[in-house]
Design a protein around this ligand. Structure first.
Ligand code: GNR
Ligand code: NI
Length: 167
């Protein structure tokens, strides 16, 4: 296993669209294991491959308190959405920024597991928010893009200042 460096907004690589995975092979399983280790270490409740500069449609999530419920979705797709919910979001690629985003409350998702088998799942609550946030990353979208231009500009300035301090 290995810890992977996480790209920071506004890195242009966060806006690349990830490609579908053709075959779930040992390379994809290694990527998922490294992503899980990186997510737990951060710590975060989810991570998309885009955030570690791998542009393949793989996400890992664990929204449990005990951090013992790892979920890995390959080629995740939202089949349907229901309702609306507003909640505060954060992102490992946008450290220290927490803002309210409106999402679907419930989503039906189809994906492949690490054996390459398809499955479908209906999720709500934090897991639903997380799945939508992670699939956005695979499409090159960071949650701050839902905010006003003014807020985006302020966030960029704040992160640039942080980067100067930590450099
Ligand atoms: O750790 C994370 N927490 C979080 C909180 C609310 C909504 C979404 C998230 S995902 C984030 C980890 C991350 O950046 N995933 O891409
Ligand atoms: Ni994120």
């Amino acid at each position: 296993m290995a810890l992977l460096p996480i790209l920071r907004y506004p890195d242009p690589r966060l806006h690349k669209k990830a490609s579908r995975v053709d075959v779930v092979d040992a390379g994809i399983r290694k990527l998922a294991a490294d992503m899980a280790e990186t997510m737990y270490e951060a710590p975060g409740i989810g991570l998309a491959a885009t955030q570690v500069d791998v542009h393949k449609r793989v996400i890992v999530m664990d929204v449990s308190e005990e951090k013992n419920d790892l979920r890995v979705f390959v080629n995740p797709e939202i089949l349907s959405r229901e309702g609306e919910c507003e909640g505060e979001e954060g992102c490992l690629s946008v450290p220290g920024i927490y803002e309210t985003v409106k999402r679907a409350a419930k989503v039906r998702v189809r994906a492949l597991n690490l054996e390459g088998e398809p499955f479908e799942l209906e999720v709500e609550g934090l897991l639903a928010v997380c799945v939508q946030h992670e699939i956005d990353h695979l499409d090159g979208k960071v949650f701050v893009e839902y905010l006003s231009r003014l807020k985006q500009t302020r966030i960029k300035a704040k992160l640039a200042k942080q980067a100067r301090i930590t450099a």
